[in-house]
Structures are given as structure tokens and as C-alpha cells.
Design a protein around this ligand. Structure first.
Ligand SMILES: [Ca+2]
Length: 304
């Protein structure tokens, strides 16, 4: 028995030595994943459907999954230099959203499908494709690209990248319409629609990711303090698997932070713009906005 244990111990030492000899001289190379970091999160489809019979175009986001997270890779990981995605560096990223054709339909004759960026939170970038198959060419204004993009009609996931150390929510608002294949001009009399994509990013100290660093997070940290094999939701903000004084320091220095990212404004479809007559819902929204902006009134953060 003693000999067997000694043999196993020597074998273990040998294996450890071999790993040490063959171990990486650099951080581990990884490829981009849908969920950011190294998370193979679920796809979140933006289902595009056109009902020609009633001239109705819809873009519906699948809400069966949580809001996608922008997450950077960990300090122990890196992108292989020279790969098309190497520029991401340690910026938070995500590619869960995918433009997806829903049902069987065709664009009206002589048109193609365009997706045009209306507005976005500052700093948010978009790149073509995902995983290790994307071209990572700039889209929707990123790197000087056009803000209008011709969608092929096939399911495609593009990769969104937030600024390094970004730690709040992000959104991008798009118009989807049928237009001239060359000039991009919207086809007259054909319906269009808008859609808003939203992402969250993890703020240091916000263990439960509710957009606040407060006593709830402190409670989570306290109940996990001293533990190992922990994760973000258990207050490991340094990704070292331990919950200790380092994490407490991070929470303390971010205490009382809240996500103040303004929500996206309501988008107006092209059809309403073209008619020149505001729809009743648009008028109501405008009245509510005016009332909220009157002097002396403080707007409550609508996202929290
Ligand atoms: Ca929190």
C-alpha cells in the first residue's frame, strides 16, 4: 500500500513537472464566444417577419433568455495576436443577438432589407460576425463604416464591443426597412419597424447585477467571505475564485453606485415620418415628455 501511494506521488510529481515544462509561456489563447468572456450563452434572436397581405413588418426579440451581458475575457486569457478579433483586447463584448428570418416571406419586388442604426449609447461598437468565423469588419458606423447595413436575410450574429472598463448598460436602436438595393431609399408605401437591443455590463461590487452597489451586495459578500471556488454572483469581483478583503475593497470603493445609463428614446417608424401626421401614441409620448421636462421636476431614473 505504502509503495503504491509513493508511486502515485512520484507519478503526480512527474506529471506536474511535465505540465510545467510544456506549460504556456503566455496567457491562454481563446476565441470569442457568444456570451462574452468564455461563455457559450444562448442565442437571442431578433425575429424579422413580413406579412405582405397586410403590409406589416415586425422585429421581435426573443425574451426567453436574460438580457445579454457584455463581458471581457479574464486576465489569464488572451486573443491570439493577428486574429481578426484580437483588437477586442480586454473590452467587454457579446454576440448573442442574431438577426433571424421568421417564417416564410420575401421582400417586396425590387427591394432588399436594410437595417439602419438610429441611436446608441456612446462607445458601443459593432463588428461583422462572431466566434472564430466573423470577419470583424466594422458595422453601423464603427470604424467609419456606413450606419446602414444590408441584411442578407439569413441568420447572422454580429459582435458588439463596449469600451474597456465599461460597467453599465448599453443599447442600440435600429430601423428595419425595405429599400432600394443601391440607393438604400425606403420603398414607398411599404411598412418598416424599429427594434432596440440592450446589454448589461458588470459593475465592480454589483454582485446581484441589479444596477446598484448597496447593502444587498454587501450581504452577499459577507455570506461568502473567506470562501473559495466563488464566482461574481457570490462577490468574487477579482475573478480569483476567492472572496476576501480585495473584493470587500472593490465593493467599498463602489458603494452607492447605480446605473445611470439613459434608456433609449422611443423610435418613430419611417411610415409615421413620411405621413407627416403624428400618430396618437407619438403625440401622447411627446406630451408626457414635455410634462416630465417642466422646470422644477426631477426625472426619476426610469430603468430602476
Ligand atoms: Ca447590486
Amino acid at each position: 500500500m505504502k509503495t503504491r501511494i509513493r508511486g502515485m506521488w512520484m507519478c503526480g510529481c512527474f506529471m506536474a513537472a511535465m505540465v510545467g515544462l510544456a506549460g504556456p509561456a503566455h496567457a491562454q489563447y481563446v476565441i470569442p464566444m457568444l456570451g462574452g468572456d468564455q461563455f457559450g450563452a444562448d442565442m437571442v434572436h431578433i425575429d424579422i417577419y413580413y406579412n405582405a397581405g397586410i403590409n406589416k413588418l415586425t422585429a421581435t426579440i426573443d425574451t426567453s433568455n436574460p438580457t445579454p451581458d457584455m463581458l471581457p475575457i479574464k486576465p489569464t486569457q488572451q486573443w491570439e495576436p493577428g486574429k481578426p478579433w484580437a483588437f477586442i483586447g480586454y473590452k467587454p463584448y457579446n454576440a448573442q443577438y442574431g438577426w433571424n428570418p421568421s417564417g416564410n416571406w420575401l421582400p417586396p419586388a425590387g427591394t432588399t432589407i436594410w437595417i439602419s442604426l438610429l441611436q446608441k449609447t456612446p462607445g458601443l461598437e459593432c463588428y461583422s460576425g462572431c466566434w472564430n468565423t466573423g470577419s470583424y469588419a466594422g458595422l453601423f458606423g464603427t470604424n467609419g463604416s456606413e450606419t446602414t447595413w444590408e441584411w442578407s436575410g439569413r441568420m447572422i450574429h454580429n459582435t458588439y464591443v463596449a469600451p474597456e472598463a465599461a460597467n453599465a448598460s448599453y443599447w442600440a436602436q435600429y430601423r428595419v426597412y425595405f429599400g432600394d438595393p443601391v440607393t438604400k431609399a425606403a420603398a414607398p408605401g411599404v411598412d418598416d419597424t424599429t427594434v432596440t437591443l440592450v446589454w448589461t455590463a458588470r459593475h465592480p461590487g454589483d454582485a446581484n447585477r441589479d444596477g446598484h452597489v448597496n447593502v444587498d451586495d454587501l450581504g452577499i459578500l459577507a455570506s461568502n467571505y473567506g470562501g473559495t471556488s466563488k464566482n461574481w454572483a457570490q462577490a468574487d469581483f477579482t475573478w480569483d475564485l476567492a472572496v476576501n478583503v480585495d473584493d470587500l475593497g472593490i465593493l467599498a470603493s463602489n458603494y452607492d453606485w447605480f446605473d445611470a445609463t439613459p434608456p433609449p428614446p422611443p423610435a418613430e417608424p419611417l411610415s409615421a415620418v413620411a405621413s407627416g401626421v403624428p400618430e396618437p401614441t407619438v403625440l401622447l409620448t411627446a406630451c408626457l415628455l414635455l410634462a416630465a421636462l417642466r422646470p422644477g421636476r426631477r426625472m426619476r431614473n426610469p430603468t430602476r
